[in-house]
Design a protein around this ligand. Structure first.
Ligand code: NAD
Ligand code: GLY
Length: 369
């Protein structure tokens, strides 16, 4: 049976170019896996939540292409995005005598995708891998663009590699089993693309936010496609984040401070990014780059997506100081100076610093009393 493929686009990176396929029923369809590098073995990497839902269907499809289909099931959660869990993937590869042609299949959200990509980048100095993202966040962001890695106890995503997948398969059916909170978290990354790149897309998201929250498949298909198109355009111009790619981190500087300050796993990444975008919009306004109407519009949309719009208090005695300290270890910081992604006109982002006093005033305005 041929799956109803809704959209296919390409991320243009010369010899590292690859397709992003968006549709229903993709992971169970053997046709999704034609023309991948030939190999005798495949390894499905998933986690204890996603594997029981989808690994069997994927295995049946892969068995049409590979003599051996192995699998490894990782513990679920951001807390396990570490060396110890990464080693489980290498254990599975070595215990099954997997050679350097073995293809890895990442079946799960961004945590599984980032770790599988990093394992693929380093096993025998590089084996092919395919992203099969099963969260909205992973379909619109993390599975595309080749950022892979794990967390270090001293910093999130601090150890990793740029390593592009062979293909990204966004099976929209998988989104129907996601917890509602995870759908909202993914919508933060969808909304992000509007203010940084495409105000017409922001208009569309506003009109369809209820359909997106309700997981209407046509709305999801458009949101995933347009998000991937924008990300593909940005990554094609700046694969290794020499400059432009940093705009994809709108909301992430404040967001990472929230995640790190509360302890990873308290707020979801997308929740922290949603609130971080509100804070970055306020900072943009404080610098005279956008008007109040823009800030209110973005805040309303983020709230309608089911996301928090007030920052948490990270320190009862010196909240702004705590935010600043956490933001200084952001990967975009240069020599300890924080660099923010700000909106400098509707649909346009820029990178710049700001006086601590201004940032502190924004934090005071945006955080819950
Ligand atoms: P996640 O991978 O932890 O998934 C969220 C939860 O949903 C998990 O409990 C997972 O098991 C569950 N789940 C996944 N698919 C499901 C499904 N179809 N049905 C039911 N449950 C399902 O989180 P995420 O939001 O997908 O990804 C966040 C991670 O992505 C973070 O580690 C972040 O650093 C990373 N990230 C990477 C990039 C990148 O460019 N590489 C970009 C953004 C985020
Ligand atoms: N999620 C930001 C990036 O891929 O660059």
């Amino acid at each position: 049976m041929t799956s109803p493929l809704l959209h296919s686009l390409t991320i243009a990176l010369g010899e590292r170019s690859y397709p992003i396929q968006i549709g229903c029923g993709l992971l169970a369809d053997a046709a999704s896996f034609v023309d991948l590098p030939s190999a005798s073995a495949a390894l499905i990497v998933s986690n204890s939540t996603v594997a029981p839902l989808y690994a069997q269907a994927l295995r049946a499809a892969l068995q049409q292409h590979y003599a051996q289909v192995h699998s490894v099931v990782l513990p679920d959660g951001e807390a396990y995005k570490d060396w110890q869990t990464l080693n489980l993937i290498f254990d599975a590869l070595l215990q099954n005598s997997c050679d350097r042609k073995t293809v890895l299949f990442a079946l799960g959200g961004g945590v599984v995708g980032d770790m599988t990509g990093f394992a693929a980048a380093s096993y025998m100095r590089g084996v092919p891998f395919v992203q099969i993202p099963t969260t909205l966040l992973a379909q619109v962001d993390s599975s595309v663009g080749g950022k892979t890695g794990i967390n270090h106890p001293l910093g999130k995503n601090m150890v990793g590699a740029f390593y592009q997948p062979q293909r990204v398969l966004c099976d929209l059916d998988t989104l129907q089993t996601l917890p509602a909170r995870e759908v909202s978290a993914g919508l933060a990354e969808v909304i992000k693309y509007g203010p940084i790149a495409d105000m017409a897309f922001l208009d569309w998201i506003e009109t369809h936010i209820d359909a997106l929250v309700a997981r209407d498949v046509h709305a999801l298909a458009h949101a995933v496609r347009r998000s991937c198109e924008i990300k593909a355009q940005v990554v094609s111009q700046d694969e290794r984040e020499g400059g432009l790619r940093a705009i994809l981190n709108f909301g992430h500087t404040f967001g990472h401070a929230i995640e790190a300050g509360l302890g990873y796993g308290d707020w979801l990444h997308g929740e922290a990014v949603g609130c971080g975008m509100v804070m970055a919009a306020h900072l943009s306004q404080a610098l005279g780059l956008v008007d109040e109407a823009f800030v209110l519009r973005l805040t309303r949309l983020i709230a309608a997506a089911g996301l928090p719009v007030r920052g948490p208090v990270l320190d009862a005695t010196d909240n702004a100081g705590r935010y600043l300290a956490l933001m200084r270890v952001d990967k975009k910081a240069e020599a300890g100076a924080i660099r923010f992604v700000l909106i400098d006109g509707p649909g346009r982002a820029c990178m710049r610093g700001a006086d601590d006093a201004l940032v502190c005033a924004v934090i005071a305005r945006c955080c819950a009393a």
